[in-house]
Design a protein around this ligand. Structure first.
Ligand SMILES: C[S@@+](CC[C@H](N)C(=O)[O-])C[C@H]1O[C@@H](n2cnc3c(N)ncnc32)[C@H](O)[C@@H]1O
Length: 209
């Protein structure tokens, strides 16, 4: 399958990646709020915290090469990663379920996805992923983990029954301490999973052994 470009998608991604360059200001403000109490997702309500363009393109290739159709994403934010995923499943004939805790972010993501011409390929769910994906029983070809790190492992375990022999799990932020429980689990269970570090150590791709 050949990589197909789309002008509408490129324009929206360009705008969003440009806007995300100001994340350092918004993240700084969020970090200040969390000096005297534990950090909360609301502290980063205005920050994208997105995957990079390179990661987006590598996810696109992964989906096309493996003909992934059924994609589940944890952590939508303003929809940058979702747009890469949806643009790829438009080619494979699939669909993306993505889930975002904060209503304001989920609404903005839906708007961005729509502007990119991809709304028919995405189901944006609002709320805690552990609830919005509870009871998900359909097979998952690709699971993308990019929400709060403490939920990587519980969510992975909750969705494990939906994996099949060709399922892929792409986990971002594997260079951060918070993802260690997830890393330990997939690396320890080598009888079940094969894991490789990709995107300069930023992410893990896990396959079934
Ligand atoms: C790193 S950002 C996602 C970035 C996005 N994947 C992208 O590349 O554009 C993480 C997002 O996960 C959301 N989040 C945190 N906890 C969540 C939960 N329990 N359920 C769903 N979303 C959650 C946060 O609000 C935040 O917007």
């Amino acid at each position: 399958m050949k990589f197909r470009r789309n002008q509408k998608v490129d324009n929206v991604l360009y705008r969003l990646h440009e806007d995300a360059k100001y994340d350092f200001v918004k993240v700084g403000a969020g970090v200040m709020k969390s000096i005297f109490r534990p950090v909360q997702p609301q502290d980063f309500e205005h920050a994208y915290l997105p995957i990079s363009k390179e990661q987006g393109q590598s996810l696109h290739r992964l989906i096309i090469e493996n003909k992934c159709k059924n994609i589940v994403e944890f952590g939508t934010s303003f929809g940058i990663s979702t747009i890469y995923l949806a643009n790829a499943v438009r080619q494979t004939g699939g669909k993306v379920i993505t889930t975002e805790l904060l209503e304001s972010k989920a609404k903005m993501a839906a708007q961005n996805i729509s502007e990119a011409g991809l709304k028919d390929y995405v189901d944006v769910r609002t709320g805690d992923a552990m609830k919005t994906l509870q009871g998900h029983t359909a097979p998952i070809d690709l699971l993308v983990l990019d929400g709060w790190k403490d939920l990587y492992l519980p969510l992975f375990k909750m969705l494990e029954p939906c994996f099949h022999s060709k399922s892929l799990i792409y986990a971002d932020n594997m260079d951060m301490a918070g993802t260690k429980p997830y890393a330990d689990y997939v690396l320890r269970n080598q009888n079940k999973f094969m894991t490789q570090s990709v995107d300069n150590g930023k992410a893990f791709i896990t396959r079934m052994s």
